[in-house]
Design a protein around this ligand. Structure first.
Ligand SMILES: [Zn+2]
Length: 302
């Protein structure tokens, strides 16, 4: 969608028509975000919305159906859940591997190269920021391309596990792949594979422990050390830019609260409401690809 033409408020110093208040943030355009962020070092917090233009569905977006994601407790506590999860993941992860960064990812990488962006804290596990060239990225909720043993902590690549799962389940991907198609490309998606009953799960090669994608599930905490690094990244900036997150879960919202409490400007770019809106200095209700591209075009080096 093209950017709207600049409004008078954006091209002059005229105050915005919507006054800031505790309940409703000042809303504006990409140009307003440029005006607010110019000259500041920025840390970005990104969510599923930045990856929708890469074809990864945002299960919390305004048009998404209600969902009931599997929890960590279900995964570790119920072998049937675990088998079903791995069966879906075995099909789905290869779709994730084929996705490519979009204009929003590329814009953030450019802003980092120019010294505007301190780094990116992302709630996505798709690694598209890294692929776009972002260097300082904190994968808050983990990454889809690694698997960890819950007993001994041994980490292996998802690709190496793929070979083992293929040996244990010959023909599985081919038999269900077409039926699953592009539906199942998020690691915690709820698309149902009906033929998982015979799927064989792989255990840790070192200790026979339970393997789990290195992804933070619902009901699980982000590792403390990672949270501390993310707070430090926020503190290293002069402003926080939230892009494509409804901030539904506290793991992301806490950084907005932290920045607002410290008096830092908070800009939220998201289609639809977010839980951080009352704390935002400026809200841009628009797609991240367009707005981030405009920011990378217009923000001067810091
Ligand atoms: Zn192990």
């Amino acid at each position: 969608m093209p950017l709207p033409p600049p409004t008078p408020a954006a091209t002059t110093a005229t105050p915005p028509s919507v006054p800031p208040s505790a309940a409703a943030p000042r809303t504006g355009t990409a140009a307003d975000a440029v005006a607010l962020l110019a000259g500041r070092r920025v840390t970005a917090l990104t969510g599923a919305g930045v990856s929708t233009d890469s074809g990864i569905p945002d299960y919390r977006g305004p048009d998404s159906p209600p969902r009931n994601p599997m929890t960590f407790q279900q995964f570790v506590g119920d072998p049937a859940f675990r088998r079903h999860y791995w069966a879906r993941n075995h099909v789905g992860w290869r779709h994730m591997r084929r996705t490519e960064p979009n204009a929003g990812h590329r814009a953030l990488a450019e802003l980092e190269a120019r010294g505007v962006l301190v780094g990116v804290i992302t709630q996505n596990v798709d690694l598209l920021h890294e692929e776009a060239g972002s260097v300082d990225v904190i994968d808050l909720h983990g990454r889809y391309d690694r698997v960890v043993c819950l007993s001994c902590g041994h980490v292996v690549s998802r690709a190496s596990l793929d070979r083992r799962l293929d040996e244990l389940n010959p023909g599985f991907v081919e038999s269900v792949g077409a039926a699953v198609g592009d539906v199942e490309i998020a690691p915690d998606a709820d698309a149902v594979i009906e033929t998982t009953a015979h799927f064989r799960v792989a255990d840790c090669e070192r200790c026979d422990g339970m393997l789990k994608p290195e992804i933070v599930y619902f009901g699980e905490n982000v590792p403390k050390e990672r949270v501390a690094r993310a707070f430090a990244m926020v503190d290293a900036a002069d402003a926080l830019l939230v892009a494509g997150s409804s901030l539904t879960v506290m793991s992301g919202l806490r950084f907005v609260r932290h920045a607002a409490k410290a008096g830092m400007p908070v800009v939220i770019v998201n289609r639809g409401q977010t839980r951080g809106d009352p704390l935002a200095t400026l809200k841009v209700d628009a797609g991240t690809s367009e707005v981030l591209t405009e920011l990378s075009r217009s923000l001067p080096p810091v």
